[in-house]
Ligand binder design. Structure first.
Ligand SMILES: [Zn+2]
Length: 113
């Protein structure tokens, strides 16, 4: 038996076979593309308008953001550059913020510039 073929994702059947790029389960008829399953692991982070953000995007802050443990505030309209995107509930964006520097910013408080 070919060990590169996994068990069915739905019913765990071991009789899955491969048809070109698809894995097909003969027992529950579930079929899936392993590349598409992998693609779902890509982090999708959206801005205030629902636009997908990616590393290297320039964004604008849409509300005043207090900086933790500081009296500083990132003013609405401040521009930032996304350096990294993390898979988190908030503070997903590792940004370089104009006039402030490195900051973790929550995606829903910015929009693409
Ligand atoms: Zn199955």
């Amino acid at each position: 038996m070919n060990k590169t073929i996994p068990s069915c994702l739905k019913c765990a059947s071991e009789y899955v076979y491969q048809d070109q790029s698809l894995f097909i389960c003969p027992e529950c008829a579930f079929e899936w593309n392993p590349l598409e399953v992998a693609a779902e692991d890509i982090i999708e982070v959206k801005d205030a308008n629902g636009a997908l953000l990616s590393e290297g995007d320039k964004v604008t802050v849409i509300k005043d953001l207090k900086i933790k443990a500081s009296s500083q505030v990132i003013k609405i309209g401040t521009k930032a550059l996304i350096r990294r995107i993390k898979d988190a509930k908030d503070h997903q964006l590792d940004c370089k913020v104009d006039g402030v520097g490195e900051m973790m910013v929550t995606a829903k408080y910015v929009k693409k510039a």
